[in-house]
Every structure is written in C-alpha cells, then in structure tokens.
Design a protein around this ligand. Structure first.
Ligand code: ATP
Ligand code: MG
Length: 305
C-alpha cells in the first residue's frame, strides 16, 4: 500500500510514533526513530482501531464507544485460533491506545481483498441473481438469500480507494493482478481461515456466513495474514437459532445502523451522494451492545473496556 491518505485529524498524537495513514476505521503509525530496513521503511507498524464506524461506504460522524477495543480484542483472539502466520508482533503500545492497538510487522499488502463465502448474500447474491455466478463461479439454480453453499467459495475483490466500493473480480483477474502462484496460495489460505473459523463459530451458535481477510508479504517474502480478522466489520455473523434462508438474516454488526439510516427516521437518501446524518443515542447503544455480544459469544470471555 502506498499510504497516500496522509494525515487524519482524528488520529491521536502518540509518543514515539508518527502517523502515516488512516483508513476508514484504523490509523497506522510508524516508530519515530526506527532504523529503516532495506526498503527505507520501518519493520513494524502500530495499528490503532478507532471507534469510527462506516456504512454504505461513508465513515459516519458518530462513533461507537469501545468498538475499536472490541475489534482489536476479537482479532487477537482469532489470530491465536488460526493456524496461519499472522502479523501481530506485540501489545506493547502507548497507554492512550491500550486495548485498541497492536504492533504488527509491516507487510507489503496484496491489493486484493480475499473473501470466502459459505452462504449466499450481499454482493454475492446480487451477482448470482444477475448471472447465476459469484465472481465467475457458477452456482446451482434456485438459491435464495442466505442459502448455504455446498462448499465455501473464494470470491476476491479489488481494493477501492477511500469512499469507493470494492469491486468483485474473478480468480483469473486476481491472478493477472498479483500472479498465478500467489493467487492460488491466497485462495487456499483464505478458505483454510474460513473453514476453521466457521467451525469454531458454529460451536458457539454463530454462523460465519462470509469473511474478508487481507494478506501481505513480510521482509523475507513470506505470505502473512494481516489487517483485522473475523470481526463484525470484516465478516457476517448470523445467529444460528434465527437462521432462515429466503430472507435477510439478522446479523451481529451494523444492522441497527443500516436499518436506521435507510429507514424513515434518518431523512437520509442512500443514493443522494450526501453524507449520512449523526446517529441517535439508542442506535449507538444498541450497536455497541451488539459488537460486545459478538465478542463475548465467540470468545466465551467477558469484554472489559
Ligand atoms: P483502505 O485499505 O483503503 O485503507 P480501510 O478503510 O479498510 O481501507 P482500515 O481497515 O481502516 O482501512 O485501515 C487499515 C489499513 O492498514 C488497510 O489499508 C490495510 O490494508 C492496512 N494494513 C493492515 N495490516 C497491515 C500490515 N501488517 N502492514 C501494512 N498495512 C497493513
Ligand atoms: Mg479495512
């Protein structure tokens, strides 16, 4: 990644770290006095998950208290469950961001979002309704919103600039972007992550419908799992007890936010191009509770802010 977004006023000053990039949700920092490696870049980065929330490709002006800590703690828990090399180096982070930050290996990220789907919904369902395929993969006829697929599929997308929508691509397009061998390897690793996480979630009564992971190369050229993993921001978690194909499934994430934004009370038109309004307090509280519930149900641990 080129880290071209530069300064974000919402990123906080942290002693010993210099802000280098802000995505929709996370702020990245590099050590101020790092001895640069061969590439002239520091070996490590500090990744700070903010309480920002995005919906419909907008970062909302309202934050969800503790969301960044919940996502960081959940990611860390998953990194330990997965049997894939990951980027976490330490939790030795500045006091001001304790709980919501981790020190990671700086990776040369593949510009591809690696998505695995075990169930059909969202952009996969939209493509299926048009063409009977998802990122070019043919699926049987008669599937509906929420249908379980016989086998999980790998459906990559190309990373878009901030404010734009990621675009689904075929495996062949991905292979042209990053090379055949890496594409095959990322597909394997992504499906491994999905299958393992799906079975862990299922034991806890949660369906992992789909998930997005990102990989990069470390300084030695090894493929490493980066970013956040298996959080409600990167995955669709459904309550297995309420699962009912043929309709949209209630999910453990931004459901309240999306419902309110697209409902009559927000006064917002999703297709107007205008930024969404601030969220009311009850939507914030319910969303916060939902993120915490996801963390606690999946990990079996109590969330302490
Ligand atoms: P974008 O990727 O366009 O910034 P985003 O809104 O998803 O979109 P965030 O998730 O908020 O961004 O920010 C995290 C950023 O850090 C992502 O760009 C991600 O690819 C990058 N990233 C994650 N892990 C690493 C790593 N180990 N080394 C370098 N970059 C990383
Ligand atoms: Mg991201």
């Amino acid at each position: 990644a080129g880290f071209s977004q530069g300064f974000d006023a919402r990123a906080v000053e942290l002693p010993g770290w210099r802000h280098v990039y802000s995505g929709k949700v996370r702020d990245l920092y590099e050590p101020v006095d790092a001895a640069p490696g061969e590439s002239g870049q520091s070996a490590n980065l500090l990744v700070v998950a903010s309480d920002r929330i995005s919906a419909y490709d907008f970062v909302l002006e309202t934050e969800i208290p503790d969301k960044g800590a919940v996502l960081t703690q959940l990611s860390l828990w998953w990194f330990e469950q997965l049997q894939v090399p990951h980027h976490v180096v330490s939790l030795d982070v500045p006091e001001a961001v304790a709980g919501r930050a981790m020190v990671v290996q700086r990776l040369d990220m593949y510009e591809v979002e690696c998505i695995a789907r075990g169930y059909l919904t969202g952009s996969g369902l939209a493509e299926y309704r048009e063409s009977g395929t998802v990122t070019g993969i043919e699926l049987p006829e008669g599937l509906v919103d929420g249908s379980k697929l016989d086998e999980a599929i790998f459906t990559p997308s190309a990373k878009a600039e901030v404010g734009e929508h990621d675009e689904n691509i075929t495996f062949e397009q991905m292979a042209r972007l990053i090379g055949d061998t890496p594409a095959q390897r990322l597909r394997e690793l992504t499906l491994d992550v999905y299958r393992r996480a799906e079975s862990i979630a299922r034991e806890r009564g949660i369906i992992l419908a789909d998930t997005k992971v990102e990989f990069g190369l470390d300084a030695t050229g090894r493929i490493v799992l980066g970013d956040e993993v298996l959080t409600p921001d990167s995955s669709r978690f459904w309550d297995a007890a309420q699962y009912e194909p043929g309709r949209a499934q209630p999910s453990f994430d931004k459901q309240f936010v999306r419902d309110w934004l697209t409902g009559p009370d927000s006064g917002w038109d999703r297709h107007s191009g205008e930024a969404p309004p601030a969220l009311p307090a009850d939507v914030v509280a319910k969303t916060r509770a939902r993120y915490i519930e996801a963390y606690e149900t999946l990990t079996g641990q109590t969330f302490t802010p």
